[in-house]
Design a binder for this molecule. Sequence first.
Ligand code: URA
Length: 192
Amino acid sequence: MDKIGENSIGYSMYQYNQSCTRCIALAFSRNRITWGYGNVESPVIFVGEAPGKYGCDITGIPFTLDKSGEYFQSMIKAVGWIKEQVYVTNLVKCCPEDNRTPTVDEIKNCSSYLNLELVKIKPKLVVVMGKLPMKALLNKDGSIISLWDKVFDKDDCKYYIIPHPAFIVRDTKHWGEYYLKSFKKIKELVNG
Ligand code: URA
């Protein structure tokens, strides 16, 4: 039985706030702030790194329009969900110039937004997609491959590490099958 609500409506928690200036560089580089999006009653939150210049920096919805967004959504669909049923967000809500990696200070400046999302939604499972959220949320360094598929307990919640979709998109022939297995496991962890 699938415990994710089927009639939920995609919802962006701070959608009307487009004025954050905590990071001056990001306030200039972004097209718009991309807040988390989806079902605020979802038992699972997916956390990516930062909006992509050719994807959600244009749409304002995480993991849409670009290749990694499309790939992420294909995984969600492959396990029988749609993106409005779950909640998807990023560690950093603004796109850095030329898609550079966000700095440690930018991650810190933005952290209270993600913390609020976690406190409000109280998920059962947080899916940590990539090295940056792995470091920020679990203080784990090292290769994403060695930590892929590991589950950690923190604050009455499970944290599950998988690579960022952009990593998989570069070589779906090699990694696609394992990535799909991870999404099946995510569904099991949510429903179990
Ligand atoms: N990459 C991310 O990390 N997040 C998005 O929302 C899109 C691409």
